[in-house]
Design a protein around this ligand. Structure first.
Ligand SMILES: NC(=O)c1ccc[n+]([C@@H]2O[C@H](COP(=O)([O-])OP(=O)(O)OC[C@H]3O[C@@H](n4cnc5c(N)ncnc54)[C@H](OP(=O)(O)O)[C@@H]3O)[C@@H](O)[C@H]2O)c1
Length: 331
């Protein structure tokens, strides 16, 4: 007999669709509603079988135990996160690593005052990969921690970099694939502990559709010189038609590795490797968020309040299994 966790989804795009599917795989979860800035659009989406309301319908929202925020990190969550944390326990996948601490503090202040629980930056990176970095660092003191994304032959799609290209004047559509450099992975796996800069670990491949009459040379230069996004990397740009982009490059595959490398004792090699393969990056993110919704309800039931990162939440709180089952089956 499970204690049902009632869920509201806020914001309905790729991750929101993933949450609907993830909830169906968790027998203790019940989706009660979706809130969106474009409810008419969401009501017509296939697979939506629950009531859809405008984003400010707090009366309906409060029928849920936990709201899973599926809006964009760049512009939506900094506003929506603190707004909803005043009213309900929340989960979000805020993914701007460099702004994660100010975002956490803003959420902690609001949720602490409101008496709610907000689990922030819950996805795979940031998220489960962050947890592996902490574990590697704690278990192998002095270790170096490396992260690789796009290990397979086709690399992995980066939503943020694709979005950055789409904002260039003259670009109609774009997808960006990140490729890890195999020699760098091998060097790390061998325990050499190399000094690697960003451009030594990854290269970037862009598939770009331009508007009629656009200057492809100028667009290519702008992509390659974009600081933070492309400038430190070898970047290859392919100009393709919309049909080719839609036919060949429409999936959401992504994968990655976290490797902690160091020594124990007097210099014995110690290596921890954690690999994820996701055919659907948004569905993977959604699965991780849904497990944390269970934890948020448990924390709230203990009268905990404020913001929590993935570091602060006991793994047993994520699981549908009882403590006894966990110990007998998983320990
Ligand atoms: N931490 C991690 O590991 C991780 C991994 C993947 C993604 N993420 C985060 O997840 C966020 C959401 O990703 P996503 O792929 O779901 O973004 P998305 O598809 O662009 O959706 C973002 C929001 O845009 C609105 N929207 C979506 N489609 C629309 C349309 N056709 N017309 C009008 N509005 C539309 C929706 O809000 P409304 O319903 O309110 O209109 C939706 O919540 C990303 O920004 C990223 O930060 C994190």
């Amino acid at each position: 007999m499970h204690n049902t966790v009632k869920i509201a989804i806020i914001g309905y795009g790729n991750v929101g669709r993933g949450v609907v599917k993830a909830l169906k795989r968790n027998p203790d979860m019940e989706l009660v509603c979706i809130l969106s800035r474009s409810p008419a659009r969401v009501k017509n989406e296939p697979g939506v079988t629950v009531p859809v309301f405008a984003e400010d319908n707090l009366n309906e929202l409060k029928k849920a135990d936990v709201a899973i925020l599926c809006s964009g990190s760049k512009d939506d969550l900094p506003v929506q996160g603190p707004f909803y944390a005043k009213h309900i326990n929340t989960i979000d996948s805020y993914d701007n690593h460099s702004n994660a601490l100010p975002y956490f503090k803003a959420m902690d202040e609001v949720a602490g005052k409101a008496g709610t629980v907000s689990c922030v930056s819950i996805g795979w990176d940031p998220g489960t990969f962050s947890l592996q970095r902490v574990l590697s660092n704690a278990l192998i003191p002095g270790s170096k921690i490396y992260g690789f994304h796009g290990i397979g032959p086709d690399g992995g799609i980066s939503m943020g970099h694709s979005d950055a290209i789409r904002r260039i004047a003259g670009v109609q559509d774009a997808r960006q694939y990140t490729h890890a450099i195999p020699g760098a992975i091998e060097s790390v796996r061998s325990g050499e502990n190399p000094e690697l800069k960003s451009g030594d670990m990854h290269w970037r491949e862009c598939f770009v559709v331009v508007k009629e009459g656009a200057d492809t040379g100028a667009i290519e230069r702008e992509i390659k010189n974009m600081s933070g996004y492309f400038a430190p990397y070898k970047t290859v740009v392919h100009f393709v038609s919309q049909e080719e982009l839609d036919a060949k490059y429409s999936g959401f595959h992504h994968d990655g590795l976290v490797i902690g490398s160091g020594t124990t004792g007097e210099g014995n090699l110690a290596l921890i490797e954690y690999r994820n393969i996701w055919d659907s990056n948004p569905e993977a993110t959604a699965n991780i968020m849904v497990a944390h919704a269970r934890a948020a309800k448990r924390l709230a039931n203990e009268n905990r309040r404020g913001a929590f990162t993935i570091f602060d939440i006991p793994p047993a709180y994520l699981s549908l299994h009882s403590r006894e089952e966990l110990i007998s089956k998983f320990l």
